[in-house]
Design a protein around this ligand. Sequence first.
Ligand SMILES: [Fe+2]
Length: 186
Amino acid sequence: MSKPKYEDAVAITREIHWVGFYDEQARLHCNPYLLANEEDIVLFDPGSIPHFPIVMRKVIDLVDPGDITAVVASHQDPDVCGNLPVLEDIINHPDLNIVAHSNTIRLIRHYGVQSSFYAVDKNDFKLTLKSGRVLEFLFTPYLHSPGAIVTYDRETRSLFTSDIFGAINEDWSLFASGDYLQAMET
Ligand SMILES: [Fe+2]
């Protein structure tokens, strides 16, 4: 498979785009994704402060950030959601929800997040979007943090796995190739 143009958002399905930051020097990448249909816009794992300008440019290429109503933080790591306070300022939406497990919320409060939190463990591990589409969350404790979750979008049968299949690899690619298991072991 030829490498996608990482400087742009990469379409995974018609409604889901990778909006991440490809750093040639880094051996570790966070993978933010945007789910957008006519009624709902959800951002997953928005990334770190240094990644923010690139992630936001890709988001703006696709949608009006003011229309984002939910940001899912699969866990609290700074590379995964350290840019939340800057992001919520740009989104500037009174109904914005930061979606996470209570064990994660306890920690990401300390980033200075002002938006409302939606604790998945207190909402039957589900989030119903405006369109009626239901995002399901699976609790994956200690993979690799006490509040880690993954998100399943039944409509497109997409699982947002965050760091579960994380690997360290100098030859980074958005799509796993033959030597990926070895990179995961590293
Ligand atoms: Fe992590």
